[in-house]
Design a protein around this ligand. Structure first.
Ligand SMILES: Nc1ncnc2c1ncn2[C@@H]1O[C@H](COP(=O)(O)OP(=O)(O)OP(=O)(O)O)[C@@H](O)[C@H]1O
Length: 305
């Protein structure tokens, strides 16, 4: 079932069009990554979905409801984690969770929420003494309190150390496994690739790519890279290559096959391909290709790449 539907959404701030007609859907139990550079319009989109801003145009539905008109009903079924947490610095972690539980419908027990967010050992600590990463985790604990059907996570792992980040990924996967639809914004492309089943990339208020993560990446060229052997010019290689930081890079739909071709060629000349790296396309490849103007050539905003 569709949990979030965005159809032709537009939204301006004081005459500036932050979101210019975007459409996407997130299914129940799906992790969806909304990506894009600073100012692309991600937070504006999430705020509209959370009912905090009124859309100028288009239609937005969360669990089949209108986020503004049905805000009260949706509040019980959605969890939100924004970039700027508004905590009381003098409350302890436990007191903060308890205060939040007071106005959450059917909240999880405090201990369970803290456990999920990896804060069990910090219950007695005052919020102002938490590290930046721990504050992010407290935010996550509060977003999870009401066992939401839809969860909005705006840069949930910014400032987290690698261990805490991996723990957050486990929590997100666990919730999706239980059927929660999760809309995540992040600047960490590896994180999005690992976590999300679908994604959309925004740029200046429009979607420049969207679709299933695996399908989108499988359709893109992967890469084979190696240290260009001494006295070999790129033009001599059996496949087209560019040179990046002293390494020859071949883009290929089937990188395994391309690597075989290159290794056979090298063996025939008694050469070694040092530092050989063979890998399928990553989200970072796609993102950087788009940043370098690929969508300007494609010209079809919102198409599936
Ligand atoms: N309340 C506001 N008033 C005026 N302009 C705003 C407001 N909120 C956002 N904007 C502008 O709208 C554009 C989109 O902002 P938004 O916060 O949605 O981007 P973002 O993709 O979330 O960026 P980031 O990754 O930096 O958080 C930006 O140019 C921003 O300056």
């Amino acid at each position: 079932m569709t949990a979030i539907r965005v159809d032709g959404l537009t939204k301006s701030h004081q005459g500036f069009q932050a979101v210019r007609g975007i459409s996407f859907e997130v299914a129940e139990g799906e992790v969806f990554a909304l990506l894009g550079g600073n100012g692309a319009g991600k937070t504006t989109t999430v705020e509209v979905l959370a009912g905090l801003q009124r859309p100028d145009g288009g239609e937005v539905r969360v669990l089949g409801l209108d986020p503004r008109a049905d805000r009260a009903a949706l509040r019980r079924r959605t969890g939100i984690m924004f970039q700027e947490a508004g905590f009381f610095p003098d409350l302890t972690v436990a007191a903060t969770v308890d205060a939040w539980r007071g106005f959450t419908f059917a909240p999880r027990p405090r201990a369970e929420a803290l456990e999920l967010a990896g804060l069990s050992g910090r219950a007695g600590v005052r919020v102002r003494q938490l590290s930046g990463g721990e504050k992010r985790r407290l935010d996550l604990a509060l977003a999870l309190l009401g066992r939401p059907d839809v969860l909005f996570l705006d840069e949930p792992t910014t400032g987290l150390d690698p261990e805490a980040r991996a723990a957050t990924w486990d929590v997100v996967r666990g919730l999706a496994g239980q059927g929660t639809a999760i809309l995540l914004t992040t600047h960490y492309l590896e994180e999005a690739q690992r976590l999300a089943g679908s994604m959309a990339i925004m740029d200046e208020g429009v979607l420049v790519a969207s679709g299933g993560m695996a399908e989108t990446l499988a359709a893109r060229a992967g890469r084979v890279a190696f240290v260009l052997p001494a006295h070999v010019r790129p033009a001599e290689l059996p496949l087209p290559a560019t040179v990046e930081d002293g390494r020859a890079v071949c883009r290929a739909e089937d990188p395994g096959l391309a690597a075989q071709t290159l290794l056979t060629w090298a063996a025939g000349r008694g050469l070694r391909l040092a530092g050989l790296e063979v890998r399928p396309a990553t989200l970072e490849d796609l993102y950087l290709d788009l940043r370098h103007g690929e969508h300007a050539l494609a010209g079809d905003a919102g198409r599936t790449l």
